[in-house]
Ligand binder design. Sequence first.
Ligand SMILES: N[C@@H](CCC(=O)N[C@@H](CS)C(=O)NCC(=O)O)C(=O)O
Length: 238
Amino acid sequence: MLVVHKFGPAWGQPDVSPFVVKLETWLRLASIPYDTKYGDVRRAPKKKLPYVLDDGVAIADSRFVIEHLETKQGRPFDAHLSPAQRVTATAFQSMMEEHLYFVLLYERWQLDANWARFVPTMRDILANAGVPGPLRGLVANMARRQVLGALQAQGTGRHSPAEVANIGARIVDAIAAQIGEGPFFFGAEPSTIDATAYAFVAGLLDTPFDGPVRDAAVRHAALRAYVDRVRARAWGQA
Ligand SMILES: N[C@@H](CCC(=O)N[C@@H](CS)C(=O)NCC(=O)O)C(=O)O
């Protein structure tokens, strides 16, 4: 049995991490049965979640898990995409997972008002990972320092909130323009990029974090409809 190691649910979503939401959404779109377990980043193969155990074999990183399962099944989930659509999917995947991700981190972890909203969820996640109650505040603050350090190193943390908003809104506008009325990223049938887009757009729309990037997503009514549609398809709820 495939076991996904995750942080834990938050804000009505299956997980606090967009990468876990992506992986679980993909597994559901691909009709691959799986179990879940609360993971501990310290014991994860790459010190990040998600990772999976597939019949006891550990595979880390949502991208490599998907590739592994496609190889095992002998059919790519995206077989119906044209070469041009694959190029577009690769570009959007990088844009969301390697760029919009840091915007999300900035808004959740660096802006004080949003961090205050995040702390109760962090405490739940730390409880899932087995951190004792009295230590949770301390560990949450250590995690915040670590993320702020990563944001500085990557560069997004050095921008002003307005500059980050500008970057984030452009990406959100690009996602909305590509999806249009859908129903999915490339038309009638979902593909792997829908799992990523769902995770990141829902991570903006369906979380308690205020900010101009979320406002940019809210301005696109089609994105709300898209998130509800992917959720209904993968998770069976609108
Ligand atoms: N490329 C990885 C990214 C996973 C990732 O960045 N996970 C974050 C949570 S969103 C994490 O585990 N961070 C813990 C840490 O860096 O200590 C994937 O697709 O799985």
